[in-house]
Design a protein around this ligand. Structure first.
Ligand code: NAD
Ligand code: TYD
Length: 335
């Protein structure tokens, strides 16, 4: 395969590129990335000399640049996005631009260049919020009901991807996954922020009552799911990926990290809630399990320990990331 990976310098994209070159050493990857605050070439040091890997710095909203890299690839894996809910609340503009317009430009180019598969990475947040203390879970039939500018922009991109399949027969697949965690995650998301704050001796901010529920997915298990979808998934289908945890609250997640890192619970600080905060996400991953044989290979506690150890062993990575622009963002978000 010759893959065009968009957003490959980000958290999941870089884990995916390292995974793919390891598992499929005959395949070639072009990583097309704008290198925003979230894109970091340090994430790809391990593969930068690999002859099957190349980087093109560019913006998915730049039609010419996209057309140039789309030539001679057979598969697109589209990760590039503005990905953080809190930043979308501060300023929705880059979310609308990259997530909606950028996806449209990629779809046009993929169609023009007869790409054989366009795989779109999306999120369970497009389905909105579930109530606490119910058995309800998202499936690929759940109606869309996004609440943040981030999730609304991802929902719009999903609709566009499906429209290009239904209207122009572009061979697409979509995966909507739950909250990822693992090595190389930018420390603005809950788990990576908590671990690095504890390592710095700082408190961890918990929004509202802390009783919000996310469905957690270890990033390597996510990469394996995308592999299965690219090789065996059915064109036009949507797969939901997640289901590692059963209704664990943010507070319980942070308490687990407190215990792994031998910290004190008084290092948890309740702060102002996020506006429009979705109460609960839960994924029914039955479809990908039954049709493609996917299942998570890590249990949550073990994956959390691996993640804590990775941040402990790579202080230069996160200290570098937490300098500069991050400081401004943190001040504004947690003032
Ligand atoms: P990330 O923020 O870590 O990385 C995003 C990458 O996209 C960065 O390398 C950035 O430079 C690049 N990028 C941003 N705008 C671009 C543009 N205009 N042109 C080219 N490149 C651009 O994101 P992530 O956490 O790795 O998420 C990857 C994808 O997975 C996103 O589409 C996100 O919506 C989706 N997703 C993430 C999670 C999660 O828990 N992280 C959960 C569900 C879905
Ligand atoms: P986050 O990692 O931002 O992912 P998402 O909003 O996409 O689910 O947040 C995960 C959960 O943790 C969410 O309920 C918000 C909460 N949260 C906090 O309580 N404190 C924080 O500092 C952050 C970043 C998130």
């Amino acid at each position: 395969m010759k893959l065009l990976v968009t957003g490959g310098a980000g958290f999941i994209g870089s884990n995916f590129i390292r995974y793919w070159l390891e598992e499929h050493d005959e395949d070639e990857i072009i990583n097309f990335d704008k290198l925003t605050y979230a894109g970091n070439l340090e994430n790809l040091k391990e593969v930068q000399e690999n002859p099957n890997y190349s980087l093109v710095k560019g913006d998915i909203c730049d039609r010419k640049a996209v057309d140039a890299v789309m030539k001679n690839v057979d598969t697109v894996v589209h990760f590039a996005a503005e990905s953080h809910v809190d930043r979308s609340i501060q300023d929705a503009a880059p979310f609308i631009k990259t997530n909606i317009e950028g996806t449209y430009i990629l779809l046009e180019s993929a169609l023009k260049n007869n790409v054989q598969r366009f795989h779109h990475i999306s999120t369970d947040e497009v389905f909105g919020a579930l109530d606490l203390d119910t058995e309800a879970k998202f499936t690929d039939k759940t109606p869309y009901d996004p609440h943040s500018p981030y999730s609304a922009s991802k929902a719009a991109s999903d609709h566009l991807v499906r429209a290009y399949h239904d209207t122009y027969e572009l061979p697409i697949t979509i995966s909507n996954c739950s909250n990822n965690f693992g090595p190389f995650q930018f420390p603005e998301k809950l788990i990576s922020l908590a671990i690095t704050n504890f390592l710095e001796g700082k408190k961890v901010p918990i929004y509202g009552d802390g009783k919000y529920v996310r469905d957690w997915l270890y990033v390597e298990d996510h990469c394996r799911a995308i592999d299965l979808i690219l090789h065996r998934g059915k064109v036009g289908e949507t797969y939901l990926v997640g289901g590692l945890t059963e209704d664990i609250s943010n507070l319980e997640v942070i308490k687990k990290i407190v215990s792994i890192m031998k910290k004190e619970e008084n290092m948890i600080e309740y702060v102002k809630d996020r506006p429009g905060h979705d109460r609960r996400y839960a994924i029914n991953s039955g479809k990908i399990r039954e049709t493609l044989g996917w299942e998570p290979q890590y249990d949550f506690d073990h994956a959390l320990e691996l993640t804590v150890n990775w941040y402990k062993e790579n202080p230069e990575w996160w200290k570098n990331v937490k300098s500069g622009e991050y400081k401004e963002y943190y001040k504004k978000q947690y003032a």
